[in-house]
Design a binder for this molecule. Structure first.
Ligand SMILES: [Zn+2]
Length: 120
């Protein structure tokens, strides 16, 4: 499918616009749920009914993976942040592809070859 140069530029504008709100909440992390036992001797968790699930967020900064227990009440926000990060990644890939297309188009549109083309 062929797109006009203007529609590709518009698509890029829209991508950049939708990226900003996602960037504000993006979390680069993996989420895991754990069931745990406590220290109490006669607790139900000792008989197999463990406490939980507790949500943990693992994030890798340098080479070291850090685990953070997600505080109660923040579970939804944290899940939203991880989803936002994945969306940012997809949109960024698309944006880079558009930038490449536009760069190629610029190259083909006259500056280098001396002739203009209307679309890609
Ligand atoms: Zn217990």
């Amino acid at each position: 499918m062929k797109h006009s140069l203007e529609s590709i530029k518009e698509e890029r504008r829209q991508l950049i616009k939708t990226l900003t709100p996602l960037l504000k909440k993006a979390l680069r992390a993996t989420l895991s749920e754990y069931y745990l036992t406590c220290g109490k001797k006669n607790c139900k968790c000792r008989k197999g009914k463990k406490h939980g699930p507790y949500l943990y967020l693992s994030s890798s900064g340098d080479a070291k993976v850090k685990m953070h227990k997600v505080p109660k009440g923040l579970e939804d926000k944290v899940r939203e942040g991880v989803t936002a990060y994945n969306d940012v990644w997809k949109k960024l890939c698309k944006l880079c592809e558009i930038n490449r297309e536009l760069l190629w188009n610029k190259k083909l549109s006259g500056r280098y070859y001396g002739r203009k083309i209307q679309g890609i």
